[in-house]
Design a protein. Sequence first.
Length: 153
Amino acid sequence: MSVPVTIRDIRPADHAAWLTLWQGYLTFYKVSLPDSVTAMTWARIIDPVCPVFTRVATIDDAVIGFSTCIIHPRTWAVEPACYLEDLYVDETRRGIGAGRALIDDLLAMGRRDRWTCLYWHTNADNATARRLYDHFAPADGFVRYRLAITAPQ
């Protein structure tokens, strides 16, 4: 018998659970961020005015995954788009449908709030995630360019 995954808004009381998952996410991508960036990310997530928001996947009230998104205006449409910046499920809880439930939840929000699209990117070699993502849509073939911006000296 499977245990149902529930999706809900993140709450301030979820900070410790989110932080554990966040560190797992950063470890997966082999990234180290300053504590100040993690603190600012959390502050943005729980700020109701900020366009960044997080939904969490839970089982029996335990947070096992999250999706963090940014709603933004578009130049090719009147309605906004939703960029899914971060999606992570605890490695010990993968394969039970939490990732799919998080994306399905965002799609339902998008229909309700009239977003033009939900989009994200992942590493080309992230085979586990791509198996899930390919159930929703094929990769669109766009190539990402990323330029670091540094402040003038």
